[in-house]
Design a protein around this ligand. Structure first.
Ligand code: HEM
Length: 408
C-alpha cells in the first residue's frame, strides 16, 4: 500500500525544501512512497534504489507532460531525445552514446584540463577569482571545441555562454526570470539551427569526425535527416549540460579546499580523482527529482498505477539513502573502492541505451576528475570571510559566494 498524506497539497513545503522534502516525508511516515498533490495535481513520490529501478527500467514511464513547460522548454524542449521512447529513443540515443563514450568523454575532459590550466596561469598572483563566474566560459569553450564548432566572435561567444548557463540556472524559477531565460534559449536555438543548415549545405566545414559533423548528418528512425530545428535542439543537448558541469566542479573545488588531505592523492592518482568525482556527483544538490508519467498500467507494492499517473523519483534523497550509502552525509571518495558508481542516480538510472540515463555521465565524471587534478596541483586557497553556505531553496543549489579563490 502507498499511504496518502493528510495535507491536501504539498506544493509549499516542496518548493521550500525541494531537495529534502520527499526523503524527510518518507522518513516521517516510514514508507518509500506516498501520494500527495503538487499544484493541485495528484502525484506519487518515491525514493530509494528499488524505486529508481522501477522508475528507470522496463519503459514504464515517459516524460510527456511530466515536467512543467517552464522546465521542459529550458532543459530539453519538444522533439529531443528525452521526449522519445522505444525504437526512436534507442536510435537517437545511440548517436549520443557514440559521441560521449569510447574516448569522446576523455577528449572532453582533456580539453577542459587544458583550458583550466591556461586560466590558472592567468589568475596566478592576481586578484581572487569567483570560480563560478570563471568556469562558465571555460566549460563553454571546452564544449564548443569538443563539438567542432568554428570560432565565433568573442561577444557572441559570451552571449551564447550566458544563455546556455541560464537554461539550467533558471529551470527552477517561474515568472520573469524564467521567461527571460526562455527568450535566450530561442536565440541559442536559432543560432544552432543556422549552424546545422550551414554545415548541411557546406558553408561551414567542421573538423572531420567531430560531433558537429556527425550530428548534422543524424537521421530519424525513418532514415530521413532530422529536421534542422530538432538537430539544433540536440546540439544544445551537448552544449548546455556541459556548461552545467560548472556547479559540480565548483562543489569539487570546495570539497578539495575543505579536505586538503585528498590533494596529493588526487593529483597523483587518476583513479583516486575519478572516485573523488563520483563522490561529488553523489553528494552535490543538482536536480532534486525527475518526473514521469505512467505509459501502461502496472502494480508495485500492492498499489495500482494507471496510465497517465504522475510519479516523481527523488534523486537527491536516493543518493543519500543510508541503506545504499552508509553514513551518506560523509564525504568519502574511498567508498567507491567497493561501491558501484552506477548506483548514483544524480544523472538518472537504468541502462544508457534502453532508458533515459544521462549519456554524458562518464564525460561529467571525467571533467570533474580532470578539474580536481588540475586544482590539486595548483597553489591556491579559498578567500577568508566568504559565504560558503549552500542555498538549498534554489534548484540547482549554489554556493552563495560562488567560491572566491586566490591563486599564488
Ligand atoms: C551537470 C551534469 C549533469 C547532470 C546533473 C545531468 C543530469 C541528467 C539527468 C538526471 C538525466 C535523466 C533525465 C530523465 O530521466 O529523463 C539526464 C539525461 C540526459 N543528459 Fe545529462 N546530466 C549532466 C551532464 C550531461 C552532459 C555533459 C551531457 C552531454 C554532453 C548530457 C546529456 C544528456 C542527455 C542528451 C540526456 C537525455 C537522455 C535520454 O533521454 O535518454 N548530460 N542528464
Amino acid at each position: 500500500m502507498i499511504p496518502t498524506l493528510a495535507t491536501p497539497d504539498s506544493s509549499v513545503p516542496f518548493v521550500a525544501d525541494g531537495y529534502r522534502y520527499i526523503s524527510s516525508t518518507c522518513d516521517r511516515i516510514g514508507s518509500d512512497a506516498f501520494r500527495t498533490r503538487l499544484m493541485g495535481r495528484p502525484v506519487v513520490c518515491i525514493r530509494g534504489a528499488e524505486a529508481a529501478r522501477l522508475f528507470y527500467e522496463g519503459g514504464r514511464f515517459d516524460r510527456a507532460g511530466a515536467m512543467p513547460p517552464s522546465v521542459l522548454h529550458l532543459l530539453q524542449d519538444v522533439g529531443s531525445v528525452q521526449t522519445l521512447e522505444d525504437d526512436s529513443h534507442r536510435h537517437r540515443k545511440g548517436g549520443f552514446l557514440a559521441l560521449l563514450t569510447a574516448g569522446g568523454d576523455e577528449r572532453m575532459a582533456d580539453l577542459f584540463a587544458v583550458e583550466l590550466e591556461a586560466a590558472i596561469a592567468r589568475w596566478r598572483g592576481g586578484d581572487p577569482v569567483v570560480l563560478h563566474d570563471e568556469l562558465g566560459p571555460i566549460l563553454a569553450r571546452t564544449a564548443f571545441r569538443w563539438a567542432g564548432i568554428p570560432d565565433i566572435p568573442e561577444k557572441e561567444f559570451h552571449a551564447r555562454t550566458g544563455e546556455l548557463a541560464a537554461m539550467v540556472e533558471r529551470a527552477g524559477t517561474f515568472g520573469p526570470l524564467n521567461w527571460a531565460a526562455r527568450l535566450g534559449r530561442h536565440r541559442t536555438e536559432r543560432w544552432a539551427t543556422r549552424l546545422i543548415v550551414a554545415v548541411r549545405d557546406g558553408r561551414v566545414v567542421p573538423p572531420a569526425g567531430s560531433p558537429l559533423e556527425a550530428l548534422a548528418r543524424w537521421t530519424g528512425d525513418d532514415g530521413l535527416p532530422l529536421p534542422e530545428d530538432v538537430a539544433a535542439i540536440e546540439l544544445l543537448n551537448l552544449l548546455r549540460p556541459t556548461v552545467a558541469v560548472v556547479r559540480l566542479v565548483e562543489f569539487a573545488a570546495l570539497a578539495l579546499s575543505e579536505r586538503p588531505v585528498h590533494r596529493d592523492t588526487v593529483a597523483e592518482d587518476p583513479a583516486a580523482a575519478a572516485r573523488f568525482a563520483h563522490e561529488v556527483r553523489r553528494r552535490t544538490p543538482f536536480f532534486p527529482i525527475i518526473a514521469g508519467r505512467v505509459r501502461r498500467p502496472f502494480s508495485w507494492r500492492e498499489a495500482d498505477f494507471a496510465e497517465g499517473d504522475w510519479v516523481m523519483l527523488d534523486l537527491y534523497g536516493t543518493n543519500h539513502d543510508a541503506r545504499l550509502w552508509p553514513d551518506p552525509d560523509r564525504f568519502d571518495p574511498d567508498r567507491f573502492l567497493t561501491a558501484d558508481p552506477r548506483h548514483i542516480v544524480a544523472q538518472g538510472g537504468g541502462d544508457y541505451l534502453e532508458d533515459h540515463r544521462c549519456p554524458g555521465e562518464s564525460a561529467t565524471n571525467a571533467i570533474i576528475a580532470a578539474g580536481v587534478r588540475v586544482l590539486a596541483r595548483a597553489s591556491w586557497q579559498a578567500e577568508p570571510g566568504q559565504d560558503l553556505r549552500v542555498t538549498w531553496s534554489e534548484m540547482p543549489a549554489k554556493i552563495r559566494s560562488g567560491l572566491r579563490l586566490r591563486f599564488a
